[in-house]
Ligand binder design. Structure first.
Ligand code: GLN
Length: 493
């Protein structure tokens, strides 16, 4: 199944589409060939040549038939000359693409229809398809599939990468330190044994291990999301008239403002409450609170590619009841004119508690992280949700302020933008690579998930994901699972 990659010579400038296919290794390695050496064809050329696709990802014009032939040859049974759907799907799963991926929905529906037409019992994995039928089934996803099997995803050897993640998972599971948050009963009741890790890469490769389907409230892991949405709607210039960019060096719920009488940053409670006031009163101020809740829920839902998002009303009510400190912060900010004019404190606080009480699970939060890793485009829906610069600003503040009072040490040791929440979640972003969600309810003295922090330490001790790891002149034994590293490995040996 492994396609042998060969070294690429920078000798071919493809100014016309046909030249792309003249030479095999150029065609098969085109993703490595990008800057300055590729050509996307004018749209009218593509329109007149139905068999060609301009693939922005590949940075190339490609011929669909040729991609299809290549894939079909990889998977056809030498005797029957048919493709076995089960084998194809499990090879895809090994690359991180599951059959539940929304991008494959049409294909799976088509396979179900074929199964029904054949009056077959069992499941679609048992189907075999001849070449013509196969073409109608997989044509729609041909670019995705060919990238999967040409090692063109950001983590080409995904199963090897996942093995390492699994090892870290078990190592961290043995750690039973920490204490579950107990300021409200809805958090206190969580079993400290829960432990899950989910990964979603910028190509939508998925891996999950442990308790990744269990809903938990997003709590402070939603603060960067609200901040990103505020930036996306209002621009950084407007948002930062109300909130700073400095780490506070104080507890997340401290009653303190910076020397400009603004909250230090959007990742501590004071800043997050101000962000809620902007979302409430500067964006579509005509909306009623109920409509605003629907509006922001739709944003969250799009950020996680339609995966699990819920609302925990009991948590909302408890949060509101046990909120003396948050109300004290809010009144202190009101006194200091931190909110926009006409702000209604009760509505702002309700909105803040509602945002804390949104439910996600490990899998859906990893997709939100992946959308941030991918510059605001959700990898599993290919929809742009947030523009680039709000995402960059959000990651910057997650990096410097995302881990409460431990932010400086975490930025030093791990070097990845991350936001933790009191329910035990951590949304970790490896920019341009993947989103990771770690979830385990036991917290350390700073309020960060004990296992989540350990996971990150272990992750960057194995892989060169720390923001300041050198990618080109490695002196350590750290691995680079990214495509560039993969390619280097190939030409080195
Ligand atoms: N609901 C919590 C609060 O506002 C959220 C804080 C957190 O997750 N650290 O205090």
């Amino acid at each position: 199944m492994n396609i042998k990659l060969q070294p690429i010579y920078r000798n071919s400038v493809n100014s016309n589409a046909n030249s792309v296919f003249k030479n095999d290794f150029n065609f098969f390695n085109c993703r490595y060939f990008q800057s300055g050496y590729y050509s996307l064809c004018p749209q009218n050329f593509i329109r007149d040549n139905k068999n060609l696709v301009n693939d922005e990802n590949l940075g190339k014009v490609v011929e669909k038939d040729q991609l299809f032939d290549y894939l079909f040859n990889l998977f056809q049974d030498p005797q029957t000359k048919e493709l076995n759907v089960g084998k194809f799907l499990s090879a895809l799963a090994e690359k991180g693409i599951k059959k539940t991926d929304p991008r494959l929905e049409k294909m799976v529906d088509r396979l179900k229809a074929i199964l029904a037409e054949r009056k077959g019992s069992g499941n679609i994995e048992g189907l075999t398809l001849d070449k013509n039928l196969c073409k109608t089934v997989i044509q729609e996803n041909i670019i995705l599939f060919s990238r999967a099997f040409k090692h063109d995803f950001v983590i080409p050897d995904f199963s090897d990468f996942c093995k390492s993640i699994e090892e870290i998972y078990w190592k961290c599971k043995a750690n039973i330190g920490g204490k579950v948050a107990d300021y409200i009963p809805q958090l206190a009741k969580f079993n400290p044994e829960y432990w899950g890790i989910s990964i979603c890469t910028i190509d939508g490769q998925r891996f999950s291990i442990g308790d990744t389907n269990i809903p938990f409230t997003i709590q402070s892991s939603g603060k960067p999301i609200n901040y990103a949405i505020a930036l996306n709607e209002l621009t950084s210039h407007v948002v930062h008239q109300y909130v700073g960019q400095e780490p506070s060096g104080r507890m997340f719920n401290e009653l303190v403002l910076d020397h400009n009488r603004k909250p230090h940053n959007p990742m501590v409670n004071a800043g997050a409450i101000v962000i809620c006031s902007l979302l409430m009163h500067l964006i579509k101020p005509e909306m009623r609170p109920s409509e605003k809740f629907d509006w922001i829920s739709a944003y969250y839902k799009a950020l996680c590619g339609g995966e699990y998002l819920g609302f925990n009303n009991a948590t909302f009510l408890s949060e509101r009841e046990a909120a003396d400190r948050n109300f004290a912060i809010a009144y202190y900010m009101k006194e200091n004119k931190c909110f926009p004019e006409k702000a209604v404190l009760k509505d702002i606080m309700d909105f803040y508690f509602q945002m804390c009480s949104l439910e996600v699970n490990c899998q859906s939060l990893s997709v939100m992280g992946a959308t941030l890793a991918n510059g605001g485009i959700c990898p599993i829906s290919n929809e742009r949700i947030i523009t680039n610069s709000p995402v960059r600003d959000t990651l910057s503040l997650m990096h410097s302020c995302g881990m409460y009072d431990y932010s400086g040490q975490f930025a030093f040791a791990v070097g990845l933008p991350t936001k933790s929440g009191v329910s035990g979640s951590m949304m970790v972003v490896v920019p341009n690579v993947m989103g990771i969600c770690c979830w385990s309810p036991s917290l350390d003295a700073y309020g960060n998930s004990v296992r989540g922090v350990q996971f990150c330490d272990e992750l960057v001790s194995i892989f060169n994901f720390h923001h300041y790891d050198n990618l080109f002149h490695s002196e350590s034994h750290k691995k680079d699972p990214r495509k560039r590293g993969f390619y280097t490995k190939i030409i080195d040996h």
